[in-house]
Design a binder for this molecule. Structure first.
Ligand code: ATP
Ligand code: MN
Ligand code: MN
Length: 296
């Protein structure tokens, strides 16, 4: 059950045990979603988001003015971030992470809208626990084109014995996520993701590209495997986006992927969608035990 946010003074409220100031600040002009609504959203989805966010080095998109034009990416701890946001060093670089829902609400108080995560956790920062295949369509394409690409990625993974899961990004594309036992290193995992992308681009050069060059993307889908290097991030499931409408990244059942419209998943509509769904589409992700196949 959703707890009532108790008003204190002015637009300061306490939500999930965290003091949220400027609670009435509009964080997305298009929808009017406020900082308070963002905090209440995280109170609602915390139990769903936390298993993915927990102990995972994160990067934030912060919008201190509440204006999506003034947002920036942040990977380090700054004064003002709460105590539940921890910092550590990995290979000489500072990372931040949370272990609790309180930590996530402290990020909201810090005006973070988006939460992005590494492909590994603090338990084994050198060994990725998932692959993210980020499908980035050229603007001329329809969402249905991305859906067919995602299904093709799924089938290719299936053929080599790897289960995968899909989420909307809150934007134009989709992310196909392959859970891994933390076993292989970054180079192997990124190499594997690149091999999947390159094979698809080679077989269907009119539909897919596997390199960054913008010019080659015209009318095609960039199969972005670059989310899989150490320090690279992808938006976490259930993270809100700093995009018009306050959309969210939403896990979806493969069998429903042709039927959904990613724009319909928003901070405001989430509660309705979550009530409606029969089960967690990613229920098996956290318990799937699988490793990369031997490619030699
Ligand atoms: P879309 O479906 O619209 O592509 P997306 O989340 O996949 O949404 P991308 O532009 O493909 O967006 O970005 C992929 C990832 O790159 C992001 O999820 C994020 O983790 C990372 N990223 C985005 N902006 C930055 C940045 N300024 N610095 C570092 N990494 C970034
Ligand atoms: Mn993308
Ligand atoms: Mn991308």
């Amino acid at each position: 059950p959703r707890k009532q946010s108790s008003a204190r003074s002015g637009d300061v409220v306490e939500i999930g045990g965290v003091r949220i100031s400027h609670a009435d600040r509009v964080m997305d002009e298009a929808s009017g979603v406020t900082k308070r609504e963002l905090a209440e959203y995280h109170e609602l989805v915390g139990p769903l988001l936390l298993p993915y966010a927990r102990k995972r080095p994160i990067a934030l998109v912060r919008c201190p003015q509440g204006d999506a034009q003034q947002c920036f990416f942040q990977k380090h701890k700054l004064p003002g971030l709460g105590d539940e946001v921890k910092k550590a060093r990995i290979a000489g670089n500072e990372v931040i992470y949370v272990e609790s829902q309180r930590g996530i609400l402290e990020l909201v108080q810090f005006n973070a809208i988006e939460i992005h995560g590494w492909g590994a956790t603090m338990d084994a920062p050198d060994k990725p626990d998932w692959i993210v295949i980020d499908l980035d369509p050229d603007t001329a394409l329809e969402f249905s084109d991305v859906v067919e690409a995602a299904l093709e990625v799924r089938d290719n993974l299936d053929r080599i014995g790897l289960a995968s899961f899909v989420k909307t990004t809150g934007g134009k594309g989709l992310h196909v996520v392959v859970p891994l036992e933390p076993h292989a290193g970054w180079d192997s995992v990124k190499g594997f993701a690149q091999a999947i992308a390159s094979a698809m681009a080679e077989q269907q050069p009119d539909r897919y590209v596997a390199n960054m060059s913008k010019a080659k993307r015209k009318g095609r889908i960039f199969i972005d495997y670059l989310r899989n290097g150490q320090g690279a991030t992808a938006v976490l499931p259930y993270s809100p986006r700093a995009r018009p409408g306050a959309t969210i990244a939403m896990p979806v059942e493969w069998k429903d992927i042709r039927r959904i419209d990613p724009k319909e998943f928003t901070v405001r509509s989430a509660e309705r969608w979550l009530k409606k769904r029969k089960r967690d589409p990613w229920a098996e992700l956290l318990t799937t035990r699988q490793r990369l196949p031997d490619l030699d």
